[in-house]
Ligand binder design. Sequence first.
Ligand SMILES: Nc1nc2c(c(=O)[nH]1)N[C@H]1C(S)=C(S)[C@@H](COP(=O)(O)OP(=O)(O)OC[C@H]3O[C@@H](n4cnc5c(N)ncnc54)[C@H](O)[C@@H]3O)O[C@H]1N2
Ligand code: MOO
Length: 445
Amino acid sequence: MGCNGELSASASALSVLILILLFPLRGGIKIKSKITIKSLPPVLSPAMLSLAEARSIIEQHVQPLEPQAVPLAAARGRVLREDALAPDDLPAFDRSAMDGYAIDAKDASPKFRVVMEVQAGQVPTRRLHPGECARIFTGAPIPEGASQVIMQEDVERDGEWMTVRERDTKMWIRYRGEDARKGELLLAAGARLQAGELSLLAQLGMVRPRVGRAPRVLHFATGNEIVDPSLTPAHGQIRDSNSTLIAALLADAGVQLMAQNRCGDDLDDLVGAIRQHTAESWDCLLISGGASVGDYDFGARALRELGFTIHFPQMNIRPGKPLIFATRERQIAFVIPGNPVSHFVTFQSAIRLALERIEGALSAWKSAKIELAADLLAKPNERETLWPVHVGVQDGALRATPLAWQSSGDLRGLLGANALVPIAPGTTGAKRGALVDCVLLGPLA
Ligand SMILES: Nc1nc2c(c(=O)[nH]1)N[C@H]1C(S)=C(S)[C@@H](COP(=O)(O)OP(=O)(O)OC[C@H]3O[C@@H](n4cnc5c(N)ncnc54)[C@H](O)[C@@H]3O)O[C@H]1N2
Ligand code: MOO
């Protein structure tokens, strides 16, 4: 099958058409057909980087794109690319913290004449003199001559007179500058803008904040065996679950999925389909499958044909060893090992870092010690294992439940997955009740 257009319910049957027209190609021999046979060794050297080394290479090679100023309403979920400073003292004026009466705290008069009313948003019309008070409401400016607000629950009012029943030691005034001083840093560049951050920007008058551009991603799922999920696979075929997985992971990461296509195991088809998208229209290319060393794994060769430089061909992790990372000027590309659990793990541990870098965000890859709710049955392996777990509240505390993960094709290993437990090469898992490092990935529930 060739590459289809945007993903839809269409899926073509596997077509095998062999024309006997041989010519040599780097890394193999190509039959001009739907089949390419590689007879030479793989193009890539099998250097085995640790995850930490691979992440450091990604950090070196991915630079943030120019920020853009957007209206506040369009900034939710984006990364702030400038510091937010207090433009003035906050609050900017002394204001009442309660509904009540403003007096001079030192004024010992037995009763006070109410000489004016100050509502929030109004300016006091005069200053207070001894024996005078102002009716005042929460948020209203404190008049000159006043230094305390008495809550209305603690006074008696009789016409134009007010008597304080009970003097409070509290002043009930929010003083100018008590929250922040003019010029103080309130939110540093790199923060992701959620409800609290956005409302702070509104308070500061930053109505067009400079934010990181959402990375624009192209995704190609490759494989002659994959068919649209709406179809019944013939013997030897499987439904394409990776496209759905990637679309959901990208949406969670606030990334723009520009186009998603399904493509057979054909180098020319893949390269041709990618070339249909102009270089200016995307920032990151994701190719699912074809990351390994099989005769029909074209990921690395497609990237080379497109002028990409490959920075690493694999990492020493499981699942997801054959993750390929490449760049072409400001554009980045990953070939993701086809197995679905490998997709999840490599997206979270490496691809997400690159997308965060493009936006200028701080990395969300952080771990916390969390108690295991059940045994984590990992056998020692030469690779670092990243085991999907579900972290949630159990008996009033956060606990991590290891997910059943038979193989990297077993999607039950991703149900509820919101954290990964790194297990060092050569070490085993841990028993129920043990505290383990959990890298937190998403909402905990
Ligand atoms: N000789 C070696 N073989 C393999 C190695 C190796 O080091 N030497 N590594 C293995 C590892 S680890 C992985 S992971 C896979 C990665 O393979 P590819 O990225 O080339 O992916 P495929 O071979 O195309 O697929 C692997 C597996 O995943 C299924 N798949 C593919 N696409 C989808 C999709 N869109 N939705 C659902 N499932 C998909 C595919 O059918 C295969 O079963 O290589 C090993 N081999
Ligand atoms: O590393 Mo592969 O991703 O084991 O299945």
